[in-house]
Ligand binder design. Structure first.
Ligand SMILES: Cc1ncc(COP(=O)(O)O)c(C=O)c1O
Length: 398
């Protein structure tokens, strides 16, 4: 089946952050947005059909996420898409991935403890860690010595692994993941692997779920031989329904798993999931694979288009399509652009586009352009970016 990703859907007036909430992050409202990571596409028709049927039922009472339809859809998705057997007895549910991360950090770290993460860093993680009063300790993606140094600090109690990595799109290899697992074991650091971008890898790159590295019988999680870990994810990114809310994960250690569920059921008051999210996840995982493949190919086409335009305008950037996702992370430093202010001014005032400044992720001199959108919009954004960069680079040079 072919799907139409070309025809724009007008999202304005839906209270959406991407279009209607531009002034949350930018000084003016009338900008074409390439910002927060959701897409301008409708969810797959198979998901919309399932939601319509569920809505037609009309009763939305308290619901149990520990049901065989949800568990089975997740188990089969991991088996078919990621060639990985997951233990659904270790499944957890939470309203969002960030909520899960926050719960895990509360469980595994104390205020003042260090949480290690790679730089550049997904801004949601930064907010969660600092908002919880923990200290974010970042190291470059290739800085293995720095990673060991930070993980070895006695009060570094958790590693946040963004897998695949937002914003660079890096897909971690088996060798890298083994190395991270060894470090985590050696320094007794809990691993929180955020795999929300896992389904969006591009051909030639294989996502490897963390459950393969932490071990799925986490019983040895506390005796030094094993690892304390959680894999947190959801289908909301892949199938574009984040505001239906809902996420799930696996917690390796059985006691940690029980404790997580206990907290959600008691102190957090979050025993019942959003039923429409469950419905959407099950439909997406059972019937949405074909749509997802179409989406990956389409967004890859958007990224290739950007690659061609950047290559034509600035060959010295040698910018390449990321290994995963629809976010283009572009290093402009080879053009003499080392801070965000002037480029942002030109993008906003002269080009009328909203593009995320690298500083949001701790990396001034970069930009993050969201190309989860129809080709026509992606082209407009690519051209605006090229023009703005040209102006600012020329000024920097001259
Ligand atoms: C790496 C990563 N984790 C988590 C999230 C947010 O997920 P949720 O809305 O379920 O908290 C995002 C959204 O951009 C993300 O990129």
């Amino acid at each position: 089946m072919t799907y139409d990703f070309d025809t724009p859907v007008d999202r304005r007036g839906t209270w959406c952050v991407q279009w209607d909430g531009i002034t949350d992050r930018f000084p003016v409202a009338d900008l074409l947005p390439f910002t927060i990571s959701d897409m301008d596409f409708r969810s797959p028709p198979q998901v919309l059909d399932a939601l319509e049927s569920r809505i037609a039922h009309g009763v939305f009472g308290y619901t149990d996420w520990r049901n065989d339809d949800f568990r089975g859809a997740i188990r089969d998705w991991f088996r078919d898409r990621h060639a990985t057997e997951v233990d659904v007895d270790r499944l957890v549910y939470a309203p969002s991935v960030l909520n899960q991360i926050a719960q895990l950090l509360r469980m595994w770290t104390a205020p003042g403890d260090g949480v290690v993460a790679h730089a550049p860093t997904y801004d949601g993680l930064r907010k969660a860690v600092t908002g919880l009063g923990r200290e974010l300790r970042t190291v470059g993606l290739d800085d293995w010595a720095g990673l060991e140094r930070e993980m070895a600090r006695p009060d570094s109690r958790a590693l946040f692994l963004c897998s695949p990595h937002n914003p660079t799109g890096h897909v971690w290899t088996d060798t890298e993941l083994r190395r991270i697992a060894e470090l985590a074991r050696a320094h007794d650091v809990a691993v929180v692997s955020d795999e929300i971008h896992a389904d969006l890898t591009h051909d030639g790159h294989t996502h490897l779920p963390w459950s393969r590295y932490g071990g799925h019988d986490g019983r040895d999680g506390r005796d030094g031989a094993g690892l304390r870990w959680a894999l947190v994810t959801s289908g909301t990114k892949s199938f574009n329904f984040p505001a239906l809310s809902g996420s799930y994960g696996f917690v390796g250690d059985p006691d940690d798993h029980a404790e997580f569920v206990r907290r959600m059921d008691t102190a957090e008051g979050l025993a019942s999931p959003a039923v429409l999210s469950l419905t959407a996840h099950i439909a997406a995982y059972r019937h949405g694979g074909d749509w997802l493949d179409g989406l990956r190919a389409y967004t890859y086409g958007n990224l290739r288009m950007l690659e061609e335009r950047l290559d034509a305008a600035f060959p010295e950037l040698r910018w390449r399509v990321p290994e995963a996702g629809y976010l283009a992370w572009v290093d402009l430093r080879p053009l003499g652009i080392r801070e965000d202010t002037e480029l942002q001014r030109v993008l906003v005032e002269e080009e009328k586009v909203a593009v995320m400044p690298g500083g949001t992720y701790g990396a001034p001199g970069f930009v993050r352009l969201n190309l989860g959108c129809p080709r026509s919009k992606a082209e407009t954004g690519a051209d605006a970016l090229v023009r703005a960069v040209r102006k600012v680079a020329d000024r920097a040079a001259g």
